[in-house]
Design a protein around this ligand. Structure first.
Ligand code: KIV
Ligand code: ZN
Length: 518
């Protein structure tokens, strides 16, 4: 049996379905190119038939990516398969992913079809997809809650119709690890023709078992794992790519020395890019890529790691692109040193972005003595996101706020866009509210503040405050997140709001350009 496990990344499809993770076309292409650099075998670029916007992003990714297969999801109907085939026509390695539910629950209450009708739909859809594309994956949706005899028939039908990959989905994250491994083993033994195709896992994390179940599937003979960067995805998410890959690499002894084609030093960069694009912070305790994943706080651990890293580290941080050395930069450090540090931390910025981060770094160095890696990551993420991937949008020029316990707060804000300045003042019940009112007047587009949070990036008194805001367009056309970082929480709040506002305005402009279709 093949000793390589294919990594099928679905960050841009299942991952993007998670609330708050929506990306626009440019952001998806940027992420896709990073996934290609990471070495994923397949990337699911989207669901081409879902909307003109989805079709355009799948097509743009198919045009841009050369070394990974590019896949589009399709229901088991001709219209979806044709849209997928068209969207991925320019891909170097196109793949159509056809899915149909097979559990009685879904057949009866969702699809309202019989088992026989289900088998016929699989046969027709897979055969049609295979006529249009050399590689076709069939997913039995809700496989883990499907009667096993019927599931075997469903896969046999798909294989006979030309499927090259069959996917065993745990759609609602219901299976225990033992059950999932046993199911894959039993399919490997019973399904006719299964030796001619690749068996894939697709596990959701509703019970926190997605990675464990995927690895159990691999042990049982699966040679493709469907996963996402940081495990993002529907509800509780999918199996986390970095955990599956490093599980296989670190415990080769337990998983029979199976390999993946992933360039593991690109893992941290991929996670950071996802966080930068979506404005959603990586939880500090996230395995492999969280800021605490290689931090040793207790004296005993620090001493152990200094004398022999393996005492408390089961993998080298460098092997996944994380640097553990906290090189302290200060106000005398130059742009070159900062850029090197940013590269080590996984940020490959263009010169305009690097200069912008450097400016923010210098301003911070005037206010804060010790600048750590966590400060630099926070600055990089907020500054890169602050004016969008295309560098356009409103930027903060200056602000003045007044507030006190016996007065209304006032804010005067000056913003700049395309070299033109605009200024407004507003009153509010607090300084941040007043600042947000003034910004709303400048941009002339109403929004609703859905969520607002402040967190300290580091522990010292002069810590950076990280502000996270979520707004929705007052027309109800979408929600947008922003993150801002400063030692001044009002400045951090304004920066965070501007990220979100620029995303909202860019989405509104795209809608207008497409006549309201996107
Ligand atoms: O979870 C699931 O079943 C899916 C399918 C569309 C593959 O995402
Ligand atoms: Zn899924």
């Amino acid at each position: 049996m093949n000793d390589t496990v294919r990594i099928f990344d679905t960050t841009l499809r299942d991952g993007e379905q998670a609330p708050g993770y929506a990306m626009d076309l440019d952001e998806k292409v940027r992420m896709a190119l990073q996934l290609e650099a990471l070495g994923v075998d397949v990337m699911e670029a989207g669901f081409a038939v879902a909307s003109p916007g989805d079709f355009a992003s799948v097509k743009a990714i198919a045009d841009a990516v050369r070394s990974s297969s590019v896949c589009s999801l399709a229901r088991a109907v001709e219209k979806d398969i044709d849209a997928s085939a068209e969207a991925i026509a320019s891909a170097a390695r196109p793949l159509i992913h056809v899915f149909l539910a097979t559990s009685d629950l879904h057949l009866k209450y969702k699809l309202r079809i019989s088992r026989d009708e289900c088998l016929e739909a699989i046969r027709r859809a897979v055969a049609h997809a295979r006529n249009r594309c050399p590689e076709v994956e069939f997913s039995a949706e809700d496989a883990t809650r499907t009667d096993v005899d019927f599931l075997c028939k469903a896969y046999e039908t798909a294989i006979a119709a030309g499927a090259t990959i069959v996917n065993v989905t745990d759609t609602v994250g219901y299976a225990t690890t033992e059950e999932y491994g046993a199911l894959v083993s039993s399919l490997m033994a019973r399904v006719k023709g299964i030796d001619r195709v690749i068996v894939s896992t697709h596990c959701h994390d509703d019970l926190g078992l997605a990675v464990a179940n995927s690895l159990a599937g691999v042990r049982a003979g699966a040679r493709q794992v469907e996963c996402t960067v940081c495990g993002i995805g529907e509800r509780a998410g999918n199996a986390a790519l970095e955990e599956v890959v490093m599980g296989l690499a670190t415990r080769a002894d337990a998983y029979g020395g199976l390999m993946t084609n992933i360039r593991t030093p690109e893992i941290a960069r991929s996670a950071h890019l996802l966080s930068t694009i979506t404005g959603i912070r990586i939880p500090p305790g996230k395995a492999i890529v969280g800021t605490n994943a290689f931090a040793h706080e207790s004296g005993i651990h620090q001493q152990g790691v200094l004398s022999k890293a393996e005492t408390y580290e089961i993998m080298a941080p460098e092997s996944v692109g994380m640097k553990k050395t906290e090189l302290i930069l200060g106000k005398h450090s130059g742009q070159h040193a900062l850029e090197n540090r940013l590269r080590d931390l996984g940020y490959d910025l263009d010169s305009a972005q690097a200069s912008e981060v450097f400016e923010a770094f210098k301003a911070l160095a005037d206010r804060k003595k010790r600048i750590t890696d966590r400060d630099i990551v926070a600055l990089a993420e907020s500054r890169v996101a602050s004016h969008g991937a295309d560098g356009k949008g409103w930027k903060l020029d200056s602000f003045v706020v007044n507030s006190g316990n016996h007065m209304s707060a006032t804010a005067q804000i000056k913003l700049v866009k395309d070299g033109k300045f605009a200024q407004e003042a507003a009153i509010g019940s607090g300084p941040i509210y007043a600042a947000f009112q003034a910004i709303e007047k400048i941009i002339r587009h109403r929004f609703i503040l859905e969520d607002y949070r402040i967190e300290a990036v580091t522990e010292q008194r002069d810590a950076l405050g990280e502000v996270l805001v979520k707004i929705s367009d007052a027309d109800g056309k979408g929600t947008y997140r922003g993150r801002g970082v400063s030692t001044d929480i009002i400045e951090g709040s304004i920066l965070a709001l501007l990220v979100a506002v620029n995303r909202m305005l860019a989405a509104a402009a795209r809608r207008e350009a497409s006549g309201g279709v996107v």
